[in-house]
Design a protein around this ligand. Structure first.
Ligand code: F6R
Length: 606
């Protein structure tokens, strides 16, 4: 949700800002802009549209000092030139970029208007520029410090003024912001990839903190104005992890990274006889005390929780409730201190998930986070963290993060089952061996991606697709359906196969596309019956089944075969061709695969 970058130092400012914004464009891409100080003047260039449109009009001439940039995902006011960031005060000598939502902006706007301030845009952000101006008495830092005391909501801010050419003021509250520390240069950014090319040394700002950056110094203060001593966080990822590396899109690159992501997440936890989730310190007594597990997450991460529910309830026999985070806090959940909360979030910054954690902690629950981002808000506020080692995920549609989230649920499930006395050591070892075999099987699936491409080529004009399955196959269908709709804009729904006939089957007509997941032996015959029901009404059925299902081709028009594995781990395999299916459908339709319309990668507003 909006990307911020800022730079102060000797490099080519345009290059640093535009390069940083290009790494943050996944956060929002309906408009973009930059502001910079040059020879005593504030210059602003901004435009509606993608970053490439900004790149066409940005010319920076003269000697430059600090600059800030922004890529927007609109919340207040349509995407337009005036609503694009940076925003300024009336005199045009204070510029602000913002990620988040100012909740009391109407009140602040009225207050400022009563003092004679005229607003140019419909954004909530503009109030911040005017507020800073209101408090300005010759010191930009102090004025910003005072301004934010009036602001309610979430904000990561970058502020500059030509009156203080060698300064950037940065503030963070409930929206991500990091500071990159260089030698004679400093940076701010919403996310690490934006500055990785220039420095690996980073300060992770905490909520309520405000920082003053100059070319040679970074000072951080807490919300009470006390100076904070922060350790440098050294980023050790490979820069190439955030680049396309020869693939046409980030999404297809990230789909191909899944064998590695699974290995990186799994192997360090089971090597040398170590048990899967030792980091959680789950003892038999603790496991036996768990009354219920609440999984709370959004979107794809929520779907990983659905897999978690099916496997944990079945194997560990602990009740699991899965709730979308935006509902959790407002539904007055019934929680007991013996319940455990598991939140799942790739970014670790999703506003609804953060709110759910706070609600659960208020009620005395321990919160375990499954997240991909070290140092993210969710990793910091949760009681325990299980990291998915998927590496940076850039495509808006999540793939490798999802598969590693699902994998974490498997490891957790095995740990809970063993410690809870529900499976024996040898069964545990059997399932771990099945998990270890998953990466090679994913490689096999990726090697035959042409089959999926051909299927997509035949189907990309479909107006609507239904994904069916029972049990774990239903949980996979939920994610497969979301993947398809978000990047190809084809309407799609996931249905528990046995439920379709209770109404939705009315939508099945000649040539309606149905994707049936048939990996679970226990319900295979039942799903085949449901396939027959839709075929009798003219549906074209693509099935997903294990290779040993030699009868599958009799019931389905196309079959996507999976390498043999036990049913338990099927979701880790079945999702791969379905991600490829969504990808190729999107490519055939000519959609913007990595940046689908209306979406953003990190949803930091409620
Ligand atoms: C879809 C997708 C989203 C995210 C959701 C939660 O492909 O990526 O549905 O899963 O916005 O985001 P995180 O996992 O960052 O909390």
């Amino acid at each position: 949700m909006c990307g911020i970058v800022g730079y102060i130092g000797p490099r080519d400012l345009k290059e640093v800002l535009m390069d940083g914004l290009s790494k943050l464009e996944y956060r929002g891409y309906d408009s973009a802009g930059i502001a910079y100080n040059s020879e005593g003047k504030l210059n602003i260039v901004k435009t509606k549209g993608r970053l490439k449109e900004l790149a066409e009009i940005v010319r920076i001439e003269g000697r430059t000092e600090g600059g800030i940039g922004h890529t927007r995902w609109a919340t207040h006011g349509e995407p337009s030139y005036v609503n694009s960031h940076p925003h300024t005060n009336s005199a045009g000598d204070i510029a602000v970029v913002h990620n988040g939502i100012i909740e009391n902006f109407s009140k602040l706007k009225e207050w400022l208007e009563a003092k004679g301030v005229a607003f140019k845009s419909e954004t909530d952000t503009e109030v911040v520029a005017h507020l800073i101006n209101h408090f300005y008495e010759g010191d930009l830092f102090t004025a910003t410090q005072k301004a934010v005391t009036m602001v309610e909501g979430s904000y990561a801010l970058g502020v500059i003024s030509p009156k203080h050419p060698n300064q950037i003021v940065a503030v963070k509250k409930d929206s991500p912001l990091i500071i990159g520390v260089g030698d004679g240069e400093n940076f701010i950014a919403s996310d690490i990839p934006a500055i990785l090319e220039y420095t690996r040394n980073v300060y992770l700002l905490e909520d309520g903190e405000i920082a003053l950056l100059t070319q040679d110094s970074v000072e951080i203060f807490d919300e009470f104005g006390a100076k904070v001593k922060r350790d440098i966080f050294h980023v050790d990822w490979d820069v190439s992890a955030a680049q396309k590396g020869g693939f046409e899109h980030f999404m297809i690159k990230e789909i191909h990274e899944q064998p590695k992501a699974v290995k990186d997440t799994l192997m360090p936890r089971i090597e040398n006889g170590r048990r899967a989730m030792e980091e959680l310190g789950l003892t038999e007594a603790l496991v036996k005390k768990i009354n219920k597990i609440h999984v709370v997450a959004c979107g794809t991460a929520y779907h990983s929780g659905m897999i978690g529910k099916y496997i944990i309830e079945r194997m560990a026999r602990i009740p699991v409730e899965v709730t979308v985070a935006s509902e959790f806090r407002y539904m007055d959940p019934i929680l007991s201190p013996d319940d455990l909360m598991i939140v799942v979030s790739q970014s670790g910054e999703t506003a609804d998930t953060i709110a759910a954690i706070r609600e659960a902690q208020k009620q005395g629950l321990q919160v375990v986070a499954i997240t991909n981002v070290l140092g993210s808000t969710i990793s910091r506020i949760s009681d325990k963290v299980i990291y998915t080692h998927a590496g940076p995920e850039i495509a808006v549609a999540s793939t490798k993060a999802y598969i590693t989230q699902v994998l974490c649920f498997y490891m957790l499930c095995l740990e809970l089952s063993l410690k809870g006395g529900k499976i024996a050591e040898n069964e545990y070892d059997h399932y771990v061996a099945e998990l270890i075999a998953v990466p090679d099987k994913i490689v096999e699936l990726l090697d035959s991606k042409d089959i999926i491409q051909k299927i997509a080529y035949k189907q990309f004009n479909q107006p609507s697709v239904f994904f069916l399955g029972r049990g774990l196959d239903y949980a996979i269908s939920l994610e497969a359906s979301l993947k398809l709709k978000e990047i190809s804009y084809i309407h799609s729904e996931a249905y528990a196969a046995g439920e379709l006939k209770h109404g939705t089957i009315a939508l099945i007509e000649n040539n309606t596309l149905v994707v049936a997941n048939c990996t679970q032996s226990e319900v295979y015959e039942k799903t085949v019956s449901n396939i027959k029901e839709v075929k009798a009404r003219g549906a074209y059925v693509i099935g997903v089944a294990f290779e040993s299902r030699t009868d599958a081709a009799k019931h389905m028009d196309d079959v996507i075969y999976l390498p043999e594995a036990c049913d338990f781990v099927a979701p880790l395999l079945a999702i791969v061709p379905l991600q490829l299916f969504a990808y190729y459908m999107s490519v055939e339709k000519g959609c913007d695969v990595d940046k689908p319309r209306n979406l953003a990668k990190s949803v930091t507003v409620e």
